[in-house]
Design a protein around this ligand. Structure first.
Ligand SMILES: Cc1cc2nc3c(=O)[nH]c(=O)nc-3n(C[C@H](O)[C@H](O)[C@H](O)COP(=O)(O)O)c2cc1C
Length: 392
C-alpha cells in the first residue's frame, strides 16, 4: 500500500492546522489573523473558488519519478510555494519571523517579509545564510519618502533578491474584528524594520512615516523601481488592465493578490482573477498568486491556470501558533507531500507538464468543460523583461 508516514498525530492537513492553531490563540489575535475586511466575502471565496475548479487526471504515464522543484527569484526551490508577507508573526509564537525563515530555509523555499514584521530583515535573511533560498522585502509605501528609502536600502543590505511593493493598500481595509477587539501591536513587540522611534502600538494617530501613500501611482512605481538593485514585484494586482500597466512599467513580476481578503471585500477570488491576467501578460513578466491556497491541489490548479509561483500568508502563521518553527516545517511538508502526490496522480512528472487542460470548470449548461491549453508565449513575445532603468 505504501501509505506515506505521518508527521503529526493530530494535524494531517492545513485545515487541521488552522483548527488546532486557532484554538491556541486569543480571540483578538485569532480574528486578526483569520478574518479580513467587512463581511469576509472575499476571505471565504478565496478558498471556495478553488473548489469550483476540477481536475482532469491523465493515466498510464510513467510517474515513478516526480520532480516538483522550480525556480523563483533566481533560486531553485523545492516546489512552487513560498511565504507571503504577513505582519506580526511573534503574536503567534515567540519564534516569530526568524522561526518561519529557518523552516523555509531548511525546506528550500522562498520567503517575503512584511515591513510590519516583528523581526528585522537582517535577522530574517541571516537564518537562511548558505541555504540557497531567496528572500524578498515587502513595502506598503508610506507618505514619508525617507522611511521608504531606508526600508529599501535595509532590504538591499540584507541580501533581498526582490522588492515587493504592495499596491492594494492606498488605505487600510475596514477590518471589523480590529474595531471590535480594539486590536493593536502589544507594547512588548515592535516593528524593527519601521524605525525604533515610533509608537507602533498606536494605530490611530496620524504619522506620515506610518500612513499608507494614498497617492501611489504608476509614475511613483517606475521611480522606485529605478532606484533599487532588487527585482520589483507588485503585490495586489487583480485585473488584466493593471497587469498590462505592470508590464509597461517594466517590473519583474506581479503577485495576483487581494491581501487575503483584508482590503476590498467582495473582490474577486484570486484564482478567478488569475486567468484574465495570465492571458493579458502573455509570459512577458512573472505572474504569481496568493490567497486561499490550503492544499497541494490548489497549488496545482493555480499553476495549471498559468501562475509561475504560489505564496501563502496565513499557513505559516498557523504553523507557528501550533508549534513554533516545527509547526511551520510541518505545514510546508504537508503542502509539499500533497502537491507531489497531486502531480503523481495527475500524470505530471515535472512542473512544465502542468497545463490548463488538466482543469475543467462548470459552464452555463451545468456541465463540466475542459479548459483550453495556453499558447507557447515564448514563441510569440520577443525579448526579455523590459529594463525599467532604460525606460526613465
Ligand atoms: C495577519 C496577516 C497580515 C498580513 N500583513 C500583510 C502585510 O504586512 N503586507 C502585505 O502586503 N500583505 C499582508 N498580508 C496579506 C498576505 O501577504 C497575503 O496576501 C494573504 O495572506 C494571502 O492569503 P492567505 O492568507 O489566504 O494565504 C497579511 C495577511 C495576514 C493574514
Amino acid at each position: 500500500m505504501n501509505r506515506k508516514a505521518t508527521r503529526d498525530s493530530v494535524v494531517f492537513s492545513i485545515s487541521d492546522l488552522q483548527r488546532e492553531a486557532s484554538q491556541k490563540l486569543s480571540t483578538t489575535v485569532r480574528e486578526y489573523y483569520n478574518e479580513g475586511a467587512m463581511d469576509l466575502v472575499t476571505v471565504k471565496d478565496n478558498t471556495a473558488a478553488y473548489d469550483r475548479l476540477r481536475l482532469r487526471p491523465r493515466v498510464c504515464v510513467d510517474v515513478a519519478k516526480v520532480d516538483a522543484s522550480t525556480e523563483c527569484f533566481g533560486s531553485k526551490v523545492a516546489f512552487p510555494l513560498g511565504f507571503s508577507p504577513a505582519a506580526m508573526h511573534k503574536l503567534a509564537h515567540k519564534d516569530g519571523e526568524c522561526g518561519t525563515s529557518r523552516a523555509a530555509a531548511k525546506f528550500g523555499i522562498n520567503m517575503l517579509l512584511s515591513q510590519y514584521a516583528t523581526d528585522s530583515i537582517g535577522d530574517v535573511t541571516a537564518m537562511g545564510a548558505g541555504a540557497g533560498n531567496a528572500y524578498g522585502m515587502q513595502v506598503c509605501l508610506t507618505e514619508d519618502p525617507a522611511t521608504n528609502t531606508r526600508l529599501i536600502r535595509d532590504a538591499e543590505a540584507a541580501g533581498c533578491k526582490s522588492l515587493v511593493i504592495t499596491v492594494d493598500a492606498p488605505a487600510l481595509g475596514r477590518r471589523l474584528n480590529e474595531y471590535r477587539n480594539n486590536f493593536s501591536l502589544p507594547k512588548h513587540l515592535t516593528f524593527p524594520n519601521m524605525g525604533a522611534d515610533m509608537d507602533h502600538s498606536d494605530v490611530v494617530t496620524y504619522d506620515p512615516r506610518k500612513a499608507y501613500d494614498a497617492a501611489l501611482t504608476w509614475t511613483k512605481i517606475r521611480h522606485i523601481a529605478a532606484t533599487t538593485t532588487m527585482d520589483v514585484y507588485l503585490k495586489g494586482v487583480q485585473t488584466a488592465e493593471d497587469a498590462l500597466e505592470a508590464v509597461r512599467c517594466g517590473v519583474a513580476g506581479i503577485i495576483v493578490s487581494n491581501h487575503g481578503g483584508r482590503q476590498v471585500d467582495s473582490a474577486v477570488a484570486t484564482i478567478d482573477a488569475l486567468e484574465e491576467i495570465v492571458d493579458a501578460v502573455q509570459g512577458r513578466i512573472q505572474v504569481h498568486i496568493d490567497g486561499g491556497i490550503r492544499r497541494g491541489s490548489d497549488i496545482f490548479k493555480a499553476l495549471a491556470l498559468g501562475a509561475d509561483h504560489c505564496w501563502v500568508g496565513r499557513v505559516p502563521i498557523w504553523g507557528l501558533a501550533y508549534n513554533g518553527e516545527e509547526g511551520v516545517s510541518l505545514a510546508i511538508q504537508l503542502l509539499y507531500d500533497e502537491f507531489a502526490t497531486t502531480m503523481t496522480l495527475m500524470g505530471c512528472t515535472k512542473i512544465s507538464d502542468i497545463k490548463r487542460s488538466h482543469l475543467s470548470r462548470m459552464g452555463p449548461d451545468g456541465g463540466f468543460h475542459k479548459l483550453q491549453d495556453l499558447p507557447d508565449w515564448s514563441s510569440k513575445v520577443a525579448g526579455p523583461i523590459l529594463d525599467v532603468h532604460a525606460r526613465l
